[in-house]
Design a protein around this ligand. Structure first.
Ligand code: TPP
Ligand code: MG
Length: 1072
């Protein structure tokens, strides 16, 4: 609601004294219903860009000669008779015309002013005859005609401001015929041709008048409006709910001469566009059919970005983080970032990589460059974030990275760091993440204080034209949701492009809000260099092929107007070509490519001097646990008036009791992990839907004063005076957007614990692209690490098909660990596994282990994404508690928790070993006790599923030689960890057999036995040499216990759920 109130408040100045209701009526009556434009507007498809004819006018008589104003006129007339120069020019003209016998209405020039007259200046007294010049009402009737005429002029000015963009000449290829906007505007007023020379007062909401012009003839008004709104720039801004911002924009587009560029500016512009074109031409010549997603047709993207960067640098920005798709990416790296050309050219050579990983195609790679901005003479850091093919997916990652940089720099207003997002037209209107990015743009913990969006709008997406790829008139309409101004510009007019880019940079620096530059252009070739566009867009392409490039057109224009000579033009082109040739020669000498050269987030100092196989401690001293526990269990100190909810008081009391008893539950364990890191100077950020309280109301990291609005207390922000900052923030309801954001945030600084929590684990699937394209494969593709933590509530608790499973199988499937390789057994076994994996997947069963796991993210000398399946019912389970003893200095994370009960004391008697992970452990433990099987069944928990604790599992298998082995999971058989752990058990067992036996030939008998028992072919690499060995020595099969296969992750019936849960336990202990 408060946003609605702001909106109305922002509009009120338009109509002083208007109550909101009246305002609404006025808006509707004056500008919507009275307008005949509504229906025609809908028909005005913006996919047809064209010029518009001027609107018509109407005549008026001299109504200001009526009533009391005639006294005033008489005075004017007498003065004029004495000296024609003593009156305003319009009176002069009027009296001249009248004396010459002009008829009624024809003598009218313009109502004059009583004040010191400027050119075209009129007093309102002359327009509204019931007022005298002293402003006193005479009680005589208002002349409605003159008021109507002025209102009509105001309406027409407003129409241009609102809809002028529909009439702008934006499309360089003019696919469709001309638009008739001005005809429509004409029909909306009663003014006619004979009104064209009448002078009208300019309202305060226009800047078309020069400083001394407060009134203009209608003809001039229309001509200036057309110049501002209907040439090569289409400005969409009148939906913005702030009069100040609207006026700011009007001033920058309406002011006469505002767009003029000096000769130096023009020459720089020409040089920039020449280089942009030269780069594409060079690549085309050297690698004719190599994919590069050329920029031809939208070369102005390069000068546009450079202008934004120059202007922003001038306004104080020191660091710019960019995200962009394939189109023109190499050109941006070369000409905007000035990445060494030889590094770019070497990418075409198909060289081997010097570093590990899969690498990525050249038009996805990122970069980071620090250099001097030659225009401003200031240093600037430019980063282009690496991205996958998935269009727009990088958007919120850029935002998160930007936000983090602002945070660490203390740049709370975004004055030093900013982001630029580049988009394709089809992707901008089509991909949902764009909307999600915009909705984050003004949220307190997610804003980057304004992003400049630039759309390389070539009016096509692959082979599909806009009529089939979007339902909105413009590809940029999505930006309207956040009141971002949108500047459409014909990209064949370089100076117009410059202008909008400067304004966009100024807008961002002034209001710290998003803005969009829509570069309306074309694509000279196919989607890529090997595509034939004539297959699908024959007419468009027959036009394009006849068109001259923007460089040709602009250089011809500058030569013609005398700004440059032909020689200068040739010189710029030849010089750049020479630079390219030299770099080409250098590139030929390269023998390897280095992915590290393409890193977008270098963590300087983080890796240097660190032993990559040495882990820091994760246990902490008891004093710290106590201190954090107590602070976390307390209301604000010294604030007795802070009223806490009774329920929260109970929770805090229970926490305090736990601390006194040296135990922790899940929330307390987590708080101690966060708190101890904060104490060590590590910034912690927890973001996601409702994370402040916690979906399951267990966390309560923000206490709310019950009688004072917006008064809150965050215990974890108040642990130590010199602690690192803690951020906990409820996010917008977007998994794709927010997970991407947090990933970006984690990329800026490795010394921060950044966590994203899903409301329920399965909701991560709407962010699957971030997981597959960035989290799972980011390091391999782009040598980029991230220690991001995903917290995914998981567990079969009868809540139905959704809300049950966080789909562990999906993550495990994306893990890069080889199931058939038992890593070398050295002292660094565990850390080497972590070093070599692409991500860590864990399901902890105790708060202490969760505590260590979180802390280990920072203790590791490198960074890996961590996926944790977190509990729901375990949050309050009386057994799911840990003692301080498991968290103090000497303790660490347990990759597996072996049986420690009575079964472990007499392993030879154990008949069954159950392996499991997560909360099912507590159910199995209880069922074992109920069945009196504590002696005969051992239960081992696998806490870290990937990397798989091969060594610990092998030891457990060895420990119980007479036991059958079971994997028990509560998820369905085609889900959960089963298919991941199964081959790893085999690998662990092979190792176990090798160790225990030197036995048994690898005979066909043995292989048959194996196949019979397991239903699978025998592992061929087992070397079994002892003649009397049995198949169980060589590997006991681990069999599956759990729900059968299913299409849905869980039943929707509570009854069925309970039945399945009981069956699962029965199966787990069957045969004993
Ligand atoms: C998520 C996703 N869907 C589909 C594609 C395939 N694709 C690559 S480029 C492209 C067209 C993009 O059009 P536009 O955004 O206008 O950019 P342009 O190529 O015209 O510069 C498509 C559909 C993709 N890369 N990513
Ligand atoms: Mg396109």
């Amino acid at each position: 609601m408060y946003r609605t109130r702001n909106l109305v408040a922002g509009l009120l100045p338009l109509l002083p004294g208007a109550a909101p209701e009246r305002l609404a009526v006025w808006l509707v009556k004056g500008y919507v219903q009275n307008s005949s434009a509504r229906a025609p507007l809908a028909a005005l498809s913006i996919r047809k860009y064209s010029a518009a004819p001027p609107p018509p006018t109407q005549a008026a008589a001299e109504p200001f000669l009526n009533g009391s104003s005639s006294v005033y006129v008489e005075e004017m007339y007498n003065s004029w008779l004495q000296d024609p120069k003593s009156v305003h020019a319009s009176w002069d003209s009027f009296f001249r015309n009248a004396s010459a016998g002009a008829g009624p209405g024809q003598a009218y020039q313009a109502p004059p002013s009583l004040a010191v007259p400027g050119k075209y200046e009129i007093p309102v007294t002359a327009l509204v005859p019931q007022f005298t010049s002293s402003g006193v009402s005479t009680g005589l009737p208002i002349d409605e005609k003159i008021i109507d005429d002025h209102l009509a002029v105001q309406a027409i000015i407003r129409s241009y401001q609102i809809r002028g963009h529909f009439g702008a000449f934006l499309d360089p290829i003019q696919i469709e015929g001309p638009k008739d906007l001005n005809e429509r505007l004409k029909q909306e007023t009663h003014l006619e041709e004979k009104d064209m020379d009448r002078v009208f007062k300019l309202p305060a909401t226009t800047y078309i008048g020069k400083p001394d012009e407060r009134a203009l003839p209608l003809r001039e008004i229309l001509s200036r409006l057309e110049a501002a709104y209907c040439r090569h720039i289409g400005v969409e801004f009148m939906f913005i709910n702030s009069l100040e911002q609207c006026n700011w924009i009007r001033k920058r587009f309406e002011t006469p001469g505002v767009m003029s560029l000096d000769a130096e500016g023009k020459r720089l512009l020409l040089a920039r566009v020449t280089r942009a074109a030269g780069f594409e031409a060079f690549l085309a010549r050297k690698w004719t059919s190599e994919k590069r997603f050329g920029l031809e047709g939208c070369e102005m993207l390069i000068p546009a970005m450079k202008t934004i960067i120059d202007k922003s640098s001038e306004l104080g920005v020191e660091s710019i983080i960019m995200g962009m798709p394939h189109r023109g990416r190499l050109n941006v790296l070369a000409n905007v970032c000035r990445k060494p050309l030889e590094q770019i050219f070497a990418q075409f050579a198909g060289l081997e990589a010097a570093d590990d990983g899969s690498g990525d195609v050249k038009y996805h790679l990122g970069t980071y460059i620090e250099r001097l901005n030659r225009v401003t003479n200031k240093n600037i850091r430019l980063a282009v974030v690496a991205n996958p093919s998935h269009l727009e997916a990088v958007d919120t990652i850029v935002q998160g990275k930007t936000r983090a940089e602002q945070f660490y720099k203390g740049d709370s207003e975004g004055k030093k760091t900013m982001s630029i997002l580049l988009h394709g037209d089809a992707a901008f209107s089509g991909q949902g993440i764009v909307y999600e990015t915009f909705t984050l743009s003004d949220l307190p913990d997610y804003t980057t204080r304004g992003t400049i969006h630039v759309v390389a709008n070539n009016q096509i997406g692959f082979t599909t034209d806009p009529r089939h790829s979007r339902s909105s008139p413009y590809c940029t309409d999505v930006a309207r949701v956040v009141n971002a101004p949108i500047f459409h510009v014909n990209a064949d007019d370089p100076e117009a492009v410059m202008h909008v880019c400067k304004v966009a940079a100024e807008w961002r620096a002034t209001f710290h809000k998003d803005v969009v530059v829509d570069l309306v252009s074309y694509r000279r070739g196919g989607h890529n260099e090997i595509d034939e566009p004539m297959f699908t867009q024959p007419l468009m392409y027959s036009k394009i092929r006849k068109m001259k490039s923007v460089t040709e057109k602009y250089s011809a224009k500058l030569i013609e107007e005398g700004t440059v000579t032909k020689e200068e033009v040739d010189d710029v082109r030849n010089k750049y070509e020479k630079i390219c040739e030299e770099a080409y020669v250098k590139a030929q000498k390269e023998t390897q490519i280095r992915y590290k050269d393409w890193l977008d987030s270098p963590w300087s100092g983080f890796f240097e001097g660190k032993n990559q196989l040495k882990m820091g401690n994760t246990g902490v001293i008891e004093e710290t646990l106590k201190h954090i526990g107590k602070r976390f269990s307390s209301t604000p100190p010294n604030a007795a008036e802070f009223v806490v909810h009774k329920g929260i008081e109970r929770i805090l009391r229970a926490r305090m009791e736990m601390v006194e008893a040296r135990t922790v539950d899940w929330a307390l364990g987590e708080a101690m992990a966060f708190g101890s890191l904060l104490k060590e100077g590590i910034h912690v950020r927890l973001s996601g839907q409702d994370v402040e309280r916690g979906t399951f109301s267990h966390r309560h990291h923000v206490l709310h004063h019950q009688t004072s609005d917006k008064s809150t207390y965050k215990p974890l922000c108040n642990l130590y005076p010199d602690q690192a900052p803690y951020t906990v923030c409820n996010s917008s309801l977007s998994e794709f957007g927010v997970l991407g954001f947090e990933l970006g945030y984690s990329m800026t600084n490795p010394n921060a614990l950044v966590c994203w929590e899903a409301q329920f684990g399965d909701f991560f699937n709407t962010a699957q692209c971030i997981i597959d394209q960035f989290i799972a494969s980011g390091q391999s593709k782009w040598v980029r690490q991230s220690g991001l933590v995903l917290l995914l509530p998981h567990g079969m608790e009868g809540m139905g098909p959704e809300h049950s499973s966080a789909r562990p199988e999906r993550f495990l499937h994306a893990c890069s660990e080889d199931p058939e390789t038992f890593p070398p057994e050295t002292e660094e076994f565990a850390i080497r596994q972590l070093h070599d994996t692409n991500m860590i997947v864990a399901n902890c069963s105790t708060p202490a282990n969760y505590f260590h796991l979180l802390r280990r993210q920072i203790a590791m000398p490198f960074r890996k994404p961590l996926i944790i399946f977190t509990p729901k019912s375990l949050l309050r389970h009386p057994d799911a508690k840990s003692s301080f003893d498991d968290m103090v200095e000497t303790t660490e994370f347990k990759r597996a928790i072996p049986e420690t009960g009575v079964a472990a004391n007499d392993p030879g008697s154990v008949r069954k070993v159950i392996f499991c992970s997560g909360k099912v452990y507590y159910e199995l433990k209880k069922a074992r006790e109920e069945r009196g099987l504590d002696n005969t069944v051992a239960i081992t928990r696998i806490e870290q599923i990937c990397p798989f604790p091969f060594d610990l599992i092998r030891d457990e298998i060895n420990k119980y030689p007479n036991a059958e082995l079971k994997w028990v999971q509560e998820e369905h058989k085609n889900m959960g960890a089963w298919s991941f752990v199964q081959p790893r058990f085999e690998t662990a067992m092979q190792k176990s057999s090798e160790r225990r036996l030197s036995c048994q030939p690898n005979t066909s008998w043995w292989r048959r036995q194996w196949a019979q028992l397991t239903g699978r072919p025998s592992p061929t690499d087992v070397v079994v040499t002892h003649p009397s060995a049995s198949v169980s020595d060589c590997g006991r099969p681990v069999s599956y216990v759990g729900r059968g296969v299913s299409a849905s992750p869980a039943t929707g019936s509570k009854r069925q759920h309970l039945k399945e849960a009981a069956q699962l336990l029965a199966d787990a202990f069957a045969g004993l």
